[in-house]
Design a binder for this molecule. Structure first.
Ligand SMILES: [Zn+2]
Length: 258
């Protein structure tokens, strides 16, 4: 029975936190807006959303994806974020069980999911999330058997440092800013939570993913297009791959570099 209850609880916890992340994603980039106030309301008609219409995932389905007040469609983004956080939570439970690591990496994944969509929407990585994440990941290293404080500290230095050099080099060669300061702080945060060992893979995988997306965007827009593709989401997907598939990544490394 417990074998069903705990994963179920992890799913529900993820969906509830995902619902909160939706608020963070919408409000954090807006200057001076509070996360806690006012209560949730429809972005189209401003009608307040009652608690029974605000249940993660469930209400979206029950309401037939329309606002009860104005009958305008509700964005797919809301259930998507709730579903993603629920799945991340379940994956974390599968990986770590009911241990301190589950709690630490739950916070880590929730922060990354919020950054993912804020960067996607606005091309910014809020310092308010990435900067506190750096000391938090370092502090967590003292409690986690999976992560030594040396690996975490070196992850912060190498993550922030190498990325700063790459960004500086790119700027000196092209006179254009390719990566923002936000990416540097995000990589320092990833290094803090995952240790320096995660950084080569994270940088390599995110570059490959970014390159594929960049070529795709170029083909769609025709040449000369200089659309800005935020880099944060690729870093985050690479960090998740490292967190959830470490064994497979090592096998891939051995296969490629033996
Ligand atoms: Zn409405």
């Amino acid at each position: 029975m417990l074998a069903l209850i705990l994963p179920g609880a992890a799913l529900v916890l993820g969906a509830v936190v995902g619902s909160f992340l939706n608020v963070v994603i919408v409000r954090l980039p807006q200057e001076g807006k509070s996360i806690a106030w006012p209560a949730s309301h429809c972005p189209r008609c401003q009608a307040p959303i009652r608690w029974y219409d605000n249940l993660p995932l469930v209400s979206f389905i029950l309401l037939g994806r329309r606002c009860r007040a104005c009958r305008q469609p509700i964005s797919w983004r809301y259930p998507l974020v709730e579903l993603l956080m629920a799945l991340l939570s379940l994956a974390l439970f599968h990986r770590f069980g009911l241990t301190p690591a589950f709690g630490v990496y739950f916070i880590f994944c929730a922060a990354l999911l919020a950054i993912f969509f804020i960067d996607y929407d606005h091309q910014i990585i809020p310092d308010l999330i990435s900067l506190p994440g750096i000391p938090l990941g370092f502090a967590a290293a003292f409690f986690l058997p999976q992560l030594s404080w040396q690996a975490s500290g070196l992850g912060i230095l190498l993550g922030g440092g190498t990325f700063y050099l790459v960004a500086l080099g790119y700027y000196l060669v092209t006179k254009r800013e390719g990566m923002g300061g936000g990416d540097i702080k995000l990589l320092a945060m990833l290094g803090a939570f995952l240790g320096w060992q995660a950084l080569p893979f994270t940088i390599l995988a995110s570059s490959v993913l970014g390159l594929i997306a960049g070529i795709g965007a170029m083909l769609r827009q025709g040449k000369g297009g200089q659309s800005v593709i935020p880099y944060g989401p690729f870093l985050i997907v690479a960090a998740w791959l490292w967190l959830f598939f470490p064994g497979q990544i090592i096998i891939l490394y051995l296969y490629l570099f033996r």
